[in-house]
Design a protein around this ligand. Structure first.
Ligand SMILES: [Zn+2]
Length: 157
């Protein structure tokens, strides 16, 4: 399942990537027609707060999710309400560019990350496009907590 977030939903796009969903994030130069074309061609679900864009997309048979809130937790809840989050896929994708990250040997990251992080972690991942190195630090635990919280609140509603 693939997604596209419009220009207004950058934070949501970041979270979708953290959770391992393939998410295209539109930049400011991308116009509505291009957004719809990308969704059609790449079979992406359009996520937007723009009603006009929703109507246009539906006319082109593009699946849409309309976001009505500015609250990020509510936005995440809305998008993933009936989709399974696979915790094994969390952090499988670069947050900056959406590329799948590759595992990298520990000795290869020495000196490229803070020493404390190096000492406290055994597994690292690497985005070959942005040269960014990822690890499952304390922020990772927070993400898992957030997923569980959201799942719980969905189950309860
Ligand atoms: Zn990247």
């Amino acid at each position: 399942m693939k997604f596209l977030c419009d220009q207004m939903l950058g934070t949501l796009a970041k979270w979708m990537r953290i959770y391992g969903f393939d998410t295209f994030y539109a930049n400011r130069e991308t116009d509505d027609k291009e957004l719809i074309d990308i969704c059609s061609k790449e079979n992406r679900i359009l996520i937007t707060r723009d009603k006009t864009l929703i109507h246009r997309a539906r006319r082109e048979n593009v699946e849409t999710i309309e976001i009505k809130t500015t609250d990020i937790n509510d936005q995440i809840r809305k998008v993933i309400s009936d989709r399974e989050i696979d915790s094994r896929k969390v952090l499988s994708r670069c947050i900056l560019c959406n590329t799948s990250v590759d595992e990298i040997k520990k000795d290869k990251v020495e000196g490229k990350i803070p020493k404390k992080v190096y000492d406290n972690n055994e597994k690292f991942w690497y985005c070959k496009k942005c040269n960014k190195i990822y690890w499952k630090g304390s922020h990772f635990e927070n993400m898992i907590d957030k997923i569980n919280e959201i799942k719980k609140s969905i189950a309860a509603s």
